[in-house]
Design a protein around this ligand. Structure first.
Ligand code: NAD
Length: 346
């Protein structure tokens, strides 16, 4: 039997960032056990963690983080040393349609995890040693004008039900730190991109529509600005913060890669023009940019997000390594492969 040094409970590990994180951690820490709990909503996909099924350091549990009984049974069954909490309803557009699932998972689910971890760790006399790492977003800070960046001290000002539910969860996590002395950390990152993201999000949407020869929809004038962070850079930052931050600390994680949506779309189209010239001929276009189509803007569409990650850079020496164009090339390669394999299976 393997003697595990630490057991980590990762929530939402069949989703985009969680699955990249699970793979990264299994590879980097051969003496850790990773328990992945995921409800497998429409956004979760076991293919994201395929290959790990029989790994001796990995367990998958399908279930809801808001199911108190289930979460308690996991803490009874395993000696959970730390929680890295990714599970969430994550798509802004869906939250605008109906926020109920967002409140259930992002707020109630977070409370159940906090409460259960607190009880278990208190019983073991290790409430201040074991760690609860909550994964959050820069969207909690609201929207920026042309200048400035969000710092860790920027007051929360969420503008849509998704970011409101994430801000609510952040406050709950903080309160468990203040009230009970629980060892919590919160990280708020900018927009992630990379392999294994659900097809409803901007970058996969661009690539899949382009390859299918369908219009590439862009909200409004396409001039909304986001900061882009390669998912593996995010995973490395989480690893560092999880292991080295002081209890109660909050860190912003950014890519220092601000771009208008339309610039990202044009860059991806340029990459595809070179990579998939055969497909371009098949759909009778000279460039995938010809498919760009502006659509009615999203309600409450935040204009600009940018995070100041100086604290993380200075305190823990982290910086995003992946340059945007390079990261996009790797991402496009991954989605082209996926698109082709999906096309073959139909
Ligand atoms: N994607 C980004 O750009 C970004 C940026 C900043 C922060 N975040 C945060 O990072 C985390 C992960 O985001 P993502 O993009 O990987 O999301 P995702 O939607 O790809 O994955 C979420 C995962 O959570 C699971 N899940 C949903 N409800 C659940 C529940 N009740 N119980 C158990 N599992 C449940 C889903 O099945 C899915 O596998 C989220 O907390 C999100 O707010 C994401």
């Amino acid at each position: 039997m393997i003697k595990h040094n630490k057991t980590l409970l990762v929530t939402g590990g069949a989703g985009f960032i969680g699955s990249n994180f699970v793979a990264y951690m299994i590879d980097k820490y051969p003496d850790y056990q990773i328990i992945n709990i995921d409800k497998l909503t429409y956004a979760g996909n076991l293919e994201n963690v395929s290959g790990l099924e029989n790994h001796p350091n990995y367990e998958f549990i399908q279930g809801d983080i808001a199911d108190q009984e289930l979460i308690e049974s996991i803490f009874t069954m395993y000696d959970v040393w730390g929680v890295v909490h990714f599970a969430a309803e994550s798509h802004v557009d869906r939250s605008i349609e109906d926020a109920a699932a967002f409140i259930h998972t992002n707020i109630l689910g977070t409370q159940v995890l906090l409460q259960t971890a607190k009880m278990d760790w208190e019983r073991k006399g290790e409430l201040s040693q074991r760690r609860f790492h909550h994964i959050s977003t820069d969207e909690v800070y609201g929207s920026l004008g042309e200048d400035g960046m969000f710092s860790e001290n920027t007051p929360y000002d969420p503008r849509n039900p998704y970011s409101a539910s994430k801000a609510g969860a952040n406050l709950l996590v903080k309160s468990f730190g203040y009230t009970y002395g629980m060892n919590i950390v919160i990280t708020s990152s900018s927009n992630n991109y990379g392999p294994r993201q659900h097809e409803e999000k901007l970058i996969p949407t661009i690539i899949f529509n382009a390859l299918a020869g369908n219009p590439i929809p862009i909200y409004g004038d396409g001039k909304n600005i986001r900061d882009w962070l390669y998912v593996m850079d995010h995973c490395k930052a989480i690893d560092l913060i999880f292991h080295q931050a002081e209890a109660g600390e909050i860190f912003n994680i950014g890519g220092r890669s601000e771009k208008m949506n339309i610039e990202v779309v044009k860059t991806i189209c340029g990459i595809l023009d070179e990579m998939e010239s055969g497909r371009l001929a098949e759909i009778n276009k000279n460039s995938f940019t010809e498919l760009i189509s502006f659509t009615k803007d999203r309600l409450g569409h935040d204009r600009r997000y940018a995070v100041d990650d100086s604290k993380l850079r200075q305190k823990l020496g982290w910086r995003a390594e992946e340059e945007l164009k390079n990261g996009l090339i790797k991402t496009v390669e991954w989605y082209v492969k996926r698109w082709k394999s999906l096309a073959e299976s139909h």
